[in-house]
Design a protein around this ligand. Sequence first.
Ligand SMILES: *[C@@H]1O[C@H](CO)[C@@H](O)[C@H](O)[C@H]1NC(C)=O
Ligand SMILES: *[C@@H]1O[C@H](CO)[C@@H](O)[C@H](O)[C@H]1NC(C)=O
Ligand SMILES: *[C@@H]1O[C@H](CO)[C@@H](O)[C@H](O)[C@H]1NC(C)=O
Ligand SMILES: *[C@@H]1O[C@H](CO)[C@@H](O)[C@H](O)[C@H]1NC(C)=O
Ligand SMILES: [Cu+2]
Length: 153
Amino acid sequence: MGFTIAQGLMLVLLIASTMAVSTARPFGNSKNTQTSNRIIVGDSYHWNYGFNYTEWAIKHGPFYLNDTLVFKYNPPTPKTFPHSVYLLPNLQSFIKCDLRNAQMQGNTTQGAGEGFEFVLKRPQPHYFACGEHDGIHCLNGTMKFFVLPIDNY
Ligand SMILES: *[C@@H]1O[C@H](CO)[C@@H](O)[C@H](O)[C@H]1NC(C)=O
Ligand SMILES: *[C@@H]1O[C@H](CO)[C@@H](O)[C@H](O)[C@H]1NC(C)=O
Ligand SMILES: *[C@@H]1O[C@H](CO)[C@@H](O)[C@H](O)[C@H]1NC(C)=O
Ligand SMILES: *[C@@H]1O[C@H](CO)[C@@H](O)[C@H](O)[C@H]1NC(C)=O
Ligand SMILES: [Cu+2]
C-alpha cells in the first residue's frame, strides 16, 4: 500500500543517523589499514522471511565502500517460497516495494552454498529487497533494507 508520512520520516531519520554514526567514528579504518569486510546479511538468520533487516542494518552499520554483503538463502523447493536479491532504484520505490524498475542482482538459486555476494562499490544508498512474488516479502516490511556505504577515510 502507499507509504505514510511517518514511514517516510523514519527513513529520513535512519539516513541521518547512519551518517551521524559515520562521521562520529574518528578512529574508524584509516587509509593505511583499509580492510573490506565480508558481512553475512541477517547473520545466522541469513536472507529469509520474517526477519527485520532494517533493524539488522542499523545494528551493523556503518557499512564501508568495498564491503561485501553476503546473501545466503536456500534455492526454491516445492515447499518453500523462493528468495532473491533486487536493487530498487530510489527511496520511493523502496518504501512502496515497487519492483517495476528494480534490477535483479541475485536470482533464486544464487543464494545457495557460499551465498550471493554483492560488493558495495558506490557511495550512494543501496535499496535491497527480495523480489519474489511481486515483492510480498518486501511488502511485509521485513525483507528489505538499505545501506549507504561510506568511504573509509
Ligand atoms: C511479516 O511476516 C512475518 C512472518 O510471517 C511475521 O512474523 C511478521 O509479523 C510480519 N510482519 C508484518 C509487519 O506484517
Ligand atoms: C541464476 O544465475 C546463475 C548464474 O548466472 C545461473 O547459472 C542460473 O541458471 C540462474 N538460475 C535461475 C533460476 O535463473
Ligand atoms: C523494523 O525495525 C524498525 C527499527 O526498529 C522499525 O521501525 C520497523 O517498524 C520494523 N519493521 C517491521 C516490519 O517490524
Ligand atoms: C575499493 O577497491 C578498489 C579496487 O578493488 C580500490 O581501487 C579502491 O581504492 C577501494 N576503495 C576503498 C574506499 O577502499
Ligand atoms: Cu523472499
